[in-house]
Design a protein around this ligand. Structure first.
Ligand code: HPA
Length: 269
């Protein structure tokens, strides 16, 4: 795996992607943050060796490198999902590549269904912990040069970054929740019984991504910060018909608030 990672890193450096401070993975309907980047260059995933190609609408499939919040960042506009048919290692390959490009922190966003009865559509949840119900991306042989066989998961989301994000949200008058994100494979949205079950086992929001990327990042000791946009509710009495389009619509409306938090947070690095 390390050989593949190095090959991709060499390719990206040859294209001008040099020494990014942070990486960011943008979820469904949340790619607009990249419009705030300056002096950027874009590379289609299709042109990057060892990168899979995404298949879902709303996931553009471009790596964008440039200035954001006064720092150099590498942004993934469009991510890879397990439900597309990739295995958990393929889904997380870009995270390995970003780490070896030199990022110091990984930022992630996702669209998710709210399970906590206090949540409303359009709310932002800062992820404080997760329940991974996707296949673990570290299964299989471990390369000790990259990370340990049995990584600790006691503090997966960086407390310092969460604290700073809360202050930024307060300063800007942005309401945020703190909560536990649970991942399932999808591509089905949940049945009412599944939503109830996920709430009972301790989740505040449910989605189809993020945890595998975060596990791989923590395997390499990379601090992580993630936000979920609540695009629909999995709360008894409030469950509505959910489509990919309705998820994208709400995500797009919430994007500006999320971008404010991300911009100011990255500027503190
Ligand atoms: N469930 C799973 N994934 C999602 C949801 C949901 O309700 N909303 C957006 N992504």
């Amino acid at each position: 795996m390390l050989e593949q990672i190095n090959e991709t890193v060499d390719f990206l450096r040859s294209k001008g992607v040099t020494d990014p401070d942070a990486g960011i993975i943008l979820g469904t309907g949340l790619g607009g943050l990249t419009a705030k980047m300056e002096n950027y260059l874009e590379i289609d995933y299709r042109d990057i060796p060892n990168f899979p190609v995404p298949t879902v609408d709303g996931h553009a499939g471009k790596l964008i490198y440039g200035d954001f919040g006064g720092r150099k960042i590498v942004a993934m506009k469009g991510r890879f999902h397990f439900y597309e048919g990739y295995d958990a290692r393929e889904v997380t390959m870009p995270v390995r590549v970003m780490k070896y490009l030199g990022i110091k922190c990984l930022f992630l966003s996702n669209a998710s269904g709210g399970l906590n009865p206090a949540y409303q559509v359009g709310d932002i949840m800062i992820v404080t912990d997760h329940i991974n119900l996707l296949p673990n991306p570290l299964m299989g042989p471990n390369d000790d040069r990259i990370g340990p066989r049995f990584p600790d998961m006691g503090e997966v989301y960086d407390r310092g970054l969460i604290g700073r994000a809360l202050m930024i949200a307060e300063k800007n008058g942005i309401k945020v929740h703190r909560g536990v994100y649970l991942s399932t494979s999808g591509p089905t949205f949940e049945t009412p019984a599944e939503y109830r079950y996920f709430r009972i086992i301790g989740a505040d929001a449910v989605g189809m991504s993020t945890t595998t990327e975060v596990i791989v990042a923590r395997h390499m000791n990379l601090p992580c910060f993630a936000v979920s946009i609540i695009t629909d509710l999995g709360i008894e009495g409030k469950i509505e018909y959910t489509t990919h389009e309705s998820v994208q619509k709400v995500a797009a409306k919430t994007e500006a608030r999320m971008t404010t938090i991300m911009t100011e947070l990255i500027s503190t690095l």
